[in-house]
Design a protein around this ligand. Structure first.
Ligand SMILES: Cc1cc2nc3c(=O)[nH]c(=O)nc-3n(C[C@H](O)[C@H](O)[C@H](O)COP(=O)(O)O)c2cc1C
Length: 180
């Protein structure tokens, strides 16, 4: 097995759902912005608009709106009984685009996750928040995020310092095959 920093970052990444309150540094924030910008996209169309939100009050407001919409007893949405959708990550990255650009957004999200991992940060990818942001009532957030109304939430990423060390999640052994 080849070992290098990049492979190590990919293999050691885990979804983190508990973060310390410590904010990431501006240097780390800038590196994540560069990782987002460098992401490949179909025909280099660069459809994704990315917002790094570090305003805790705004994130909390979004959490309340999310719960008021989907209900308060909904751990299936957030994978947690107690956490908000952003799992109290001090930085939450919103990836929006016009129409369905899930592929481009997913690739961009993973760039952010691996870059964060390489800097000792943890991440959680969040699809569930689309229930709010792509609901009619959630469209008010487009303006707050400086996005035109036609932009659609594709994916989000919580970023911060991990406050847990989860075991690796199991992976299927029969999904990958080499054909020669
Ligand atoms: C497209 C996508 C959407 C996800 N949405 C959520 C989510 O809304 N909330 C959450 O807590 N985790 C979410 N996750 C994290 C997955 O649950 C996690 O990646 C999976 O359980 C595997 O664990 P691992 O990342 O630690 O390997 C999402 C992951 C992906 C790729």
């Amino acid at each position: 097995m080849i070992e290098n920093e990049t492979i190590r970052a990919i293999l050691s990444r885990r979804t983190i759902r508990e973060f310390t309150p410590q904010q990431i540094s501006d240097e780390q924030l800038y590196a994540l912005q560069c990782a987002a910008k460098a992401a490949p996209s179909g025909r280099n169309s660069q459809p994704c608009h990315v917002r790094f939100v570090q305003d805790g009050a705004m994130l909390h407001e979004m959490h309340l709106a999310f719960k008021n919409l989907v209900g308060w007893d909904t751990p299936a949405y957030t994978r947690s009984d107690t956490n908000p959708f952003y799992h109290n990550a001090p930085t939450f990255v919103f990836v929006y685009a016009q129409g369905n650009c899930a592929m481009d957004a997913g690739i961009l999200a993973e760039n952010i996750c691996i870059a964060a991992q390489s800097m000792g940060l943890g991440t959680v990818i969040v699809g569930s928040a689309g229930a709010l942001f792509n609901h009619e009532s959630g469209k008010v957030w487009n303006e707050r995020l400086h996005l035109p109304p036609e932009m659609v939430y594709q994916i989000g990423i919580g970023v911060g310092y991990p406050n847990e060390k989860p075991e690796p999640k199991p992976r299927f052994d029969d999904r990958i095959e080499v054909i020669r």
